[in-house]
Design a protein around this ligand. Structure first.
Ligand code: ADP
Ligand code: MG
Length: 885
């Protein structure tokens, strides 16, 4: 009986609801903020607001139900057979989708068909293969925050990767943001309401394609989370995972698990454990540095092409590709595992045959992690299982290579080796060699595996024999040679006779259908046979499904073994890839230690050098330490190669701390705990981030957070403002880095203000270098060589000429420059270094009236300023500077 809708149901203003709409509204209530796809026969339908949103997102027609009544309900639908594509598209656009199925056979249902939500698909939990990138993880992350600290957990549901970290005290906001940037989750769970003001929890960052998901705070309660995790992993305590006592880590991981469970509504047997990691084991890279250095995507195009990852990735498996990306996003700051990786790479560099065999063999290995995931979700296809079998068959060849290895990494892995032979055997026994794509197509189970199935199949074959015998017999009986047996879905098997022979049809035939040229008949014999055949056919299908599922259940028992080997193979793939890279590009093995040395001989830019073919990329040396060569002040005209040089140094350090060889003749690298970069305004203009404010905020961040083990790259500080402002700020920053009371971080400082070179004479750890150019008549030639000593001038006009500025403009500029220079000479560009105390007199770049301002700037204790205060002060100073004559 139709009932009145609850008044708070949106869109339910119609007074009378059909029972089905009532069921719909109940389901919609359960689905919450997800779009509800409501199964009705051969379609999934969406209603009300969902229909409006989905029709737009999918570009399909919006219609309405009850068109002719006062309150038509907006509606749209998608056919069941192509649903996956539609789901992927909705999720790709950041929507959450709930699938509501008919959970009983409509033919058997009494009254309304029972329906329920069987799964929810969200951006962070989607597992369909089409929606995933083979060489990228799809992460769902969560954040838990309390007064004393914060934690960050992430999971890739498709592979089973599950990790968590936590920080106590300190600057948790920045730490959180850094992990967020590294992982780039597709979806982020935050407690609702957010417990403490943390920017990441309040405003969804726009850089990545992240969907925000508020998740009831209750799910973050420690007790609840603890229980959920221990039950999932089948353990009594979380000690084995290293986070037994870490309440925040437990909260973040538990909330994540609860969310995955609620969306998948399936067993998650491939989630076997949780990895607790400490960010102090890794090099700190903040978002700006990742972007500036173009580690995994180009800053310009936001694509992988042109990134360091793109150049370094020579992996041959999807799993290896994902792991390499992780290594690159998270370089190590611990010596021992680094040396282990290096030893393994070195061995593979030496052993070229082993390396080739390894890579060829690994190429045949499928994405085991994701196949194991699909085994757990029950969506594993027969072809997946055959791919798994072929992958296992490749293992003996890989094992031989591993057993040959001399270094610790190989020895350890040889001990852990698992041939998985029993699993291979079980699959080979059960599944045919070339199964159809889907289990429904039948003939997936190998003949001889199950006698009952064989008997049913025999019956089926016998049935077919019977049919052809029947056909022959009827032809002879009736004398109609063109008589044939056919089958259609509507009335099963039939006898077809051309109309021209209609007179010869026996009386016993029962007419079923008349076509233009032919008539179709059945006989009792034929029908009886048909029932028998269908019965055995259905039975065979069902049995085949049962046998398949039994195998799947059996494989589930081996999840951990498969995952361990998948992990091992992906590491091996990455190590072999690094070795291949080292050989192909002629890299060297860097010496690593915990000293402050940074010595690079003939270093090259790993990405840029690959674009050079005929011309040669010019290699350069670097010597930095904390004691004597702390700051390299790099001058030279625009386009001379300063930025390239600085980035190449940072990239070499990062590669070294992944365990990779590096593009240089020789390198000695004292590990860096952190790489800071600040890249000049115009270099990021393309991204619309060139404001002076951003530049100063980033600089402030560096000056506040640097430590003695940091590597600092400052490129064109102060370019975003007027010349005198810019020089002053750059000057003060160099002094600050030099005079820092606790840390003398290794620093590369590039500037086109050649005036700054005087600093080298007064500050003992500052040294001038310049990107050499040669004048050739009117022109400049860039030598791309970084040499000791300072640049004598900016060559701005020559560069402008090179860029094709009209000659009249060039000429006029030359005249003006001559005038300015002679005028300036009266006041003199500083030729001797200003002493800190009396500097303002000698730094006569500035006229007398601004001395006061300069003094203030110099006395500014940048250390004690927050970024916000720094900006405010700066803005004030600038305001006052503008008012000067
Ligand atoms: P700057 O920062 O001094 O303005 P860049 O580092 O941006 O100069 O370099 C400008 C261009 O010079 C680069 O895009 C590259 O094509 C070329 N270049 C830089 N360094 C080298 C080098 N070592 N060898 C060859 N070409 C180089
Ligand atoms: Mg530059």
């Amino acid at each position: 009986m139709p009932k009145t809708a609850a008044s708070d149901n949106p869109g339910a203003t119609i007074t009378q609801l059909t029972p089905m709409m009532e069921q719909y509204l109940r389901m919609k209530d359960k689905a919450g903020d997800a779009l509800l796809l409501f199964r009705m026969g051969d379609f999934y339908e969406l209603f009300q607001d969902d229909a409006v949103v989905a029709s737009k997102a999918l570009n399909i027609a919006l219609t309405s139900r009850n068109k002719h009544q006062d309150d038509p309900i907006p509606m749209c639908g998608v056919p069941v057979h192509s649903i996956e594509g539609y789901i992927e598209s909705l999720v790709e656009q950041g929507h959450k989708v709930a699938i509501c199925e008919q959970i009983e056979d409509p033919k058997q249902a009494q009254g309304l068909v029972k329906r329920d939500i069987i799964r929810v698909i969200t951006p962070g939990t989607i597992i369909s293969d089409n929606a995933l990138q083979p060489k990228e993880n799809n992460f769902l992350a969560s954040v838990a925050v309390a007064a004393q600290g914060a934690s960050f957990a992430y999971i890739d549901v498709s592979t089973g990767t599950f990790a968590v970290t936590a920080w106590m005290g300190g600057n948790r906001t920045q730490a959180l943001e850094r992990e967020f940037d590294r992982i780039q989750p597709r979806e982020l769970l935050v407690p609702e309401p957010p417990p403490v003001p943390i920017s990441l929890l309040q405003q969804p960052p726009g850089t990545f394609n992240t969907t925000f998901q508020a998740w009831e705070r209750d799910h973050f309660r420690r007790e609840r989370a603890y229980q959920l995790l221990t039950r999932q992993f089948g353990v009594r305590t979380l000690e084995g995972f290293g986070c037994e006592d870490n309440d925040l880590a437990i909260a973040a991981a538990g909330a994540l698990l609860a969310y995955v469970q609620s969306t998948q509504q399936a067993t998650l047997d491939h989630l076997q454990g949780l990895k607790f990691y400490s960010t102090s084991d890794f090099m700190v890279l903040d978002e700006t540095t990742r972007q500036h250095l173009e580690l995994v995507q180009s800053a310009w195009s936001q694509k992988r092409t042109g990134s360091l990852l793109d150049v370094m990735d020579m992996t041959v498996t999807a799993m290896g590709g994902r792991l390499l990306r992780q290594w690159l996003s998270q370089p190590l700051y611990v010596l021992q595992p680094l040396q282990e990786r290096q030893d393994a790479v070195a061995e593979l560099v030496e052993q070229s045959t082993t390396r080739a065999t390894l890579r060829q063999t690994l190429e045949t290995v499928a994405d085991l992690e994701r196949i194991v995931g699909r085994v757990s979700f029950g969506s594993v296809s027969p072809r997946d299982l055959v791919a798994l079998r072929h992958s296992i068959q490749a293992l003996p060849a890989v094992e031989a290579c591993v057993r040959n290895g001399q270094s610790a990494w190989f020895i350890e892995r040889a001990v852990q080796w698992d041939s998985l032979a029993d699993i291979e055997h079980r699959i080979a026994q059960t599944i045919v060699d070339e199964p159809p794509a889907s289990l429904r197509d039948g003939f997936v189970i190998r003949p001889g595996y199950d006698p009952e199935l064989d008997a049913l199949r025999d019956a089926d074959a016998l049935g077919k024999d019977w049919l052809s015998a029947f056909e022959t017999q009827e032809r002879e009986r009736t004398g109609i040679n063109s008589l044939r047996i056919g089958f259609n879905k509507v009335f099963g098997y039939y006898i077809e006779v051309r109309k021209t022979h209609a007179d010869n049809v026996p009386d016993t035939y029962i007419r079923k259908q008349t076509l233009v040229n032919a008539e179709r008949f059945i006989t009792p014999d034929l029908k009886e046979h048909e029932v028998r055949m269908l019965r055995s056919g259905e039975h065979a299908t069902r049995l085949e499904q049962e046998l398949y599922d039994a195998l799947r259940q059996e494989l589930l028992q081996h999840t951990a073994r498969l995952q361990d080997m998948a992990q091992l193979l992906s590491q091996l793939d990455v190590l072999a890839s690094l070795a291949e890279l080292a050989v192909t590009r002629q890299y060297c093995r860097p010496t690593l230690d915990l000293s402050d040395r940074l010595d690079i001989t003939d270093g090259r830019h790993p990405v840029l050098e690959t674009t050079y073919q005929d011309e040669r990329f010019v290699p350069n040396d670097t010597r930095l330490d904390c004691e004597t060569n702390q700051i390299l002040l790099l001058t030279g005209p625009n386009m001379a190669g300063k930025s390239t040089y600085m980035r190449q140094v940072a990239l070499i350090v990062i590669m070294a701390q992944m365990g990779s060889f590096v593009p240089a003749e020789a390198a000695h690298i004292g590990l860096a705990d952190r790489v800071f970069t600040r890249v000049g305004a115009q270099d990021l203009l393309a991204k619309g981030q060139s404001t002076f404010m951003v530049e100063m905020t980033e600089t402030a961040n560096i000056l506040h957070n640097l430590g003695s083990r940091s590597l600092v790259l400052l490129d064109e500080i102060g370019r975003g403002t007027s010349t005198y402002d810019g020089i002053s700020i750059a000057w003060a920053v160099v002094e600050h880095l030099h005079h820092h009371p606790t840390a003398h971080p290794r620093t590369l400082f590039a500037t086109h203000y050649h005036e700054l070179t005087v600093l080298a004479t007064s500050l003992e750890r500052v040294h001038n270098f310049n990107a050499a150019v040669r004048e050739w008549g009117e022109k400049v030639i860039f030598l791309r060589k970084i040499l000791a000593g300072r640049a004598d001038r900016s060559y701005g006009i020559q560069v402008a000429r090179l860029a094709g500025l009209p000659l009249t403009v060039i000429e006029r500029a030359r005249q003006l420059l001559a005038q300015f220079e002679s005028a300036d000479n009266a006041q003199a560009v500083p030729s001797s270094p200003p002493q800190p105390a009396s500097a303002q007199r000698q730094l006569s770049l500035f006229d007398h009236a601004s001395d006061h301002l300069l003094q203030e700037l110099r006395n500014l204790s940048i250390d004690d300023l927050s970024p916000r205060e720094a900006l405010k002060t700066l803005a004030e100073l600038q305001q006052r500077a503008k008012r000067l004559p």
